[in-house]
Design a protein around this ligand. Structure first.
Ligand code: COA
Length: 748
């Protein structure tokens, strides 16, 4: 048994641990009765408190067991059951200490997020934890799996905590736009100090059992069944009369004496510097700060109120929406029940360009060997050089060690001969967008790979059905559209061609998750989900410039909302020639964008585009030449330039893309509105706390969006796509939103 190292009062822990006295687990099922008699000599009587919580007593140790699959979320039944169980065990004169443990894959993984939108039914989490903390008989939390949020706070309320070595624990509430309002922001600082607690809550990342032990969060780490390790520790609590320290943890002097307010404030400023526009980081800081400025009970009362306000707010709603959206996106309705993803033990990438190299890095990062093929040694060398440079930047930043880089590089095998793909379970083509070239590659690859190898194209613009037509086995073919830079961007559109098999689709989805992406299923259409929508925004950015805005104003309209970059800065970064070539192909001119390209300005790579760039500096600066060109183009088009408010620009940039999103979900190109949100959050910089375009539409109100789109359509008759989509009109008329539509379709 490893023990908490830093507590003089716990020096008695250094005695050798007694042998585990309780290794027998209680029966797992309850046959519907409230009390079940033991069936063997060592099994205790188990009493069902309610459908989630049961108790048993073995000798002088009482057990409270939660069984609330899948993750023992702390819903109302669990909370009330725990309080009731505590009362019963405290009333039992035989019981001297209590073990709190969970069945299944994890200790309580948090408050029940599905309850956040509903009226509160007591006891609250705070009340349940206080009941544990105030229990006359000491409670030992026995942690396994992931004790997160309210689950971790519950453990913090127990005077003693033990965990299995694989346990992880943390306060991820910030990821849901909240803070740990169940007492986490008050108890944790009293245990590990306010500054460490601040880092803990602002990162939202869990720590492992070993680190928690080192921090003094855990009393012991022990291998074994959770109830058994809890019982072993409870034995010590009873026999060695270990002091219940929870009361002293609530002692206000502890927090006050450990705090250095100015160091705390400096740290807070540093850690929240990049969270512009988000409410939760500041709320987390304020809550931890209360741990050393206010008495415990007063701080707890303010915490509860402040957290409730966050919970009711739009930002937390957005983040909760994304939590469930991410899990929902993995489900593809209509596939046969027995369809399974194929194993991908090795992969191959065709094309060592920026995309190909980035995709190879994703596989290497997940420990999957990957071959990268290009036609010439020079192209391969250039590609591998780019990969090494990317890794070097990460090492410099400290996000990865040189040793990890060496391991990853060893997993990437460059090759000039396509024969190198022979063993791959998945081959992804990432060459330039030329239909003839892609068809040649796939019909050749098909002859070289094993049966069952999934063949994927990273195309962002071509028709996947036409590519598939070149194949004898089109069922093994899918689109896998990565976003640039592929080693960084989370989004992966998995594009279903007409003949893609369920296995091929599931393989692409599963491997996408394995390499750290957020895979989103997409039907086949021009631009798939994301680029089809972004095209509508680009068209509007061009219109704004024609009507009176200049590039910095257009971009600021979105960066002020929290987008990391405006659309025109993004275009400058990608290269203005890309969009130009697409427009030429489609015959859809953008007079200003085209004039900029035709004047030889291609964006960052030529030092000027919408903006001007100093050599070696990517900071966009106003470009007087382009501004003059914009004014001249407006005049040529006969448009009288006018001032535009930021609000108008935001609506003109966002509503048309939302409109296209409505068409996309209605046509089944996206499975659900929340998938569209994931596309924009993970591929196009939509700020997480704004939930994505369809969520934003619901928050704004569809009726307002329909009304504004009608105005835009009336003043821009040459763009019929501005007419509100039928689904948008229908939902607006019913006073509904996309989320209700999604729920009703899921229920149907
Ligand atoms: N409340 C309600 N439901 C929850 C939940 C919670 N706190 N945590 C997870 N779930 C649900 C998920 O929605 C999912 O449901 P589904 O199967 O219907 O899609 C199911 O439990 C399993 O979760 P999943 O995330 O798919 O499992 P996992 O093993 O990959 O991860 C966790 C498990 C606990 C690490 C992860 O679910 C998680 O991070 N949960 C949130 C924890 C949190 O933020 N707690 C603080 C809340 S205050």
């Amino acid at each position: 048994m490893r023990r908490r190292p830093d507590k003089a009062s716990h020096s008695r822990y250094l005695r050798p641990a007694p042998a585990l006295c309780l290794t027998v687990r209680a029966p797992d099922s309850f046959c519907g009765g409230r009390t079940i008699a033991s069936t063997g000599p060592d099994q205790a009587i188990m009493t069902q408190v309610n459908e989630k919580i049961s108790t048993r007593v073995e000798g002088d140790i009482g057990f409270i067991r939660s069984d609330n699959p899948p993750v023992n979320a702390l819903g109302q039944a669990v909370r009330s059951g725990v309080v009731e169980a505590l009362d019963r065990l405290n009333a039992d004169p035989a019981v001297k200490a209590i073990v709190l443990h969970c069945e299944g894959r994890t200790f309580f993984a948090g408050a029940d997020i599905t309850e956040f939108n509903k009226p509160r039914v007591p006891p609250t989490l705070q009340e349940m934890i206080l009941a544990i903390e105030n229990s006359p008989k000491p409670v030992v939390a026995a942690v396994h799996g992931t004790a997160l949020g309210g689950g971790f706070e519950t453990a913090l309320g127990c005077p003693f905590r033990v965990a299995v070595p694989s346990a992880r624990m943390g306060l991820p509430e910030i990821n849901l736009g909240l803070f740990a309002g169940g007492g986490g922001t008050q108890r944790l600082p009293r245990i590990i100090g306010p500054e460490k607690a601040l880092e803990f809550v602002l990162s939202g990342k869990p720590v492992g059992a070993a680190q928690a032990l080192a921090l003094g969060i855990l009393d012991a780490v022990e291998d074994g069944a959770p109830d058994a390790i809890g019982a072993a520790f409870a034995r010590r609590v009873i026999d060695e009369k270990l002091p219940a320290v929870a009361v002293s943890r609530r002692d206000d002097r502890i927090a006050a004496t450990r705090a250095d307010p100015s160091a705390f404030d400096a740290l807070a400023a540093k850690l929240t510097a990049r969270s512009k526009g988000q409410e939760a980081p500041a709320a987390n800081v304020a809550a931890v700060r209360r741990s050393f400025t206010l008495p415990f009970d007063e701080a707890m009362a303010i915490d509860a109120e402040a957290n409730r306000a966050l919970m009711a707010g739009s930002q937390s709603r957005a983040l909760r929406h994304l939590f469930f959206a991410e899990r929902e996106a993995a489900r593809i309705p209509g596939l046969p029940k027995d369809a399974r993803a194929r194993d991908v033990a090795s992969a191959a990438i065709i094309g060592a360009g920026t995309m190909g190299g980035g995709i190879a890095m994703c596989f290497a990062g997940a420990g999957i060997p990957v071959v990268i093929v290009d036609t010439t040694q020079e192209a391969l060398d250039r590609g591998m050089e780019r990969v090494r440079a990317n890794y070097a930047t990460s090492v410099k930043r400290g996000s990865i060690s040189q040793e990890q880089v060496d391991k990853r590089l060893a997993l990437i095998t460059p090759a000039t001969d396509r024969a190198a793909v022979a063993d791959a379970d998945l081959v992804i083509e990432a060459v330039f967008e030329d239909m003839a070239v892609k068809k040649e590659i796939f019909s050749d690859l098909e002859k070289r790979v094993k049966p069952g190898t999934v063949l994927a194209s990273n195309t962002s613009a071509l028709d996947v059905d036409e590519i598939a037509a070149a194949l004898d086995r089109p069922e093994d073919f899918v689109g896998m559209h990565f976003f640039s830079p592929a080693n960084v961007m989370k989004l992966l559109e998995v594009v279903q061609a007409a003949k893609s098999s369920p296995e091929a689709i599931l393989t692409a989805m599963a491997v996408g998750r394995k390499i750290g992406k957020v895979p989103v299923w997409s039907g086949n259409c021009d631009g798939f989900i994301g680029n089809r929508m972004v095209a509508k925004r680009s068209a509007q950015a061009e219109r704004l410039l024609q009507r009176g805005a200049f590039p910095p104003q257009v971009d600021a309209a979105l960066t002020k909302l929290g987008f990391p970059m405006g659309p025109l800065t993004t275009n400058d970064m990608s290269g203005l020639d890309i969009g130009y070539a697409i427009r030429k192909r489609r015959g859809t001119p953008f007079p200003i964008a085209d004039a900029i390209v035709e004047s030889g300005q291609l964006g960052q790579k030529t030092g000027s585009g919408y903006y001007r760039y100093e050599p070696g500096d990517r900071t966009p600066r106003p470009n007087p030449d382009t501004d003059a060109l914009i004014v001249a183009t407006s005049a040529k088009l006969g448009i009288e330039r006018r001032e535009m408010s930021e609000g108008e620009m935001v609506e003109r940039l966002l509503f048309p893309l939302i409109n296209e999103g409505a068409r996309i979900v209605e046509a089944g190109i996206a499975l659900r509105p929340s998938d569209v949100d994931l596309v924009w959050i993970n591929g196009y910089g939509w700020p997480r706390h704004l939930g994505g375009p369809m969520f934003h539409a619901d928050e704004t109100g569809l009726a307002h969006i329909v009304a504004r789109l009608r105005e835009f359509a009336a003043d821009t008759p040459d763009d019929p796509s501005l007419e509100p989509a039928p689904l948008l009109v229908e939902l607006a008329a019913k006073g509904q939103g996309f989320s209700e539509w999604q729920k009703s379709r899921a229920a149907a």
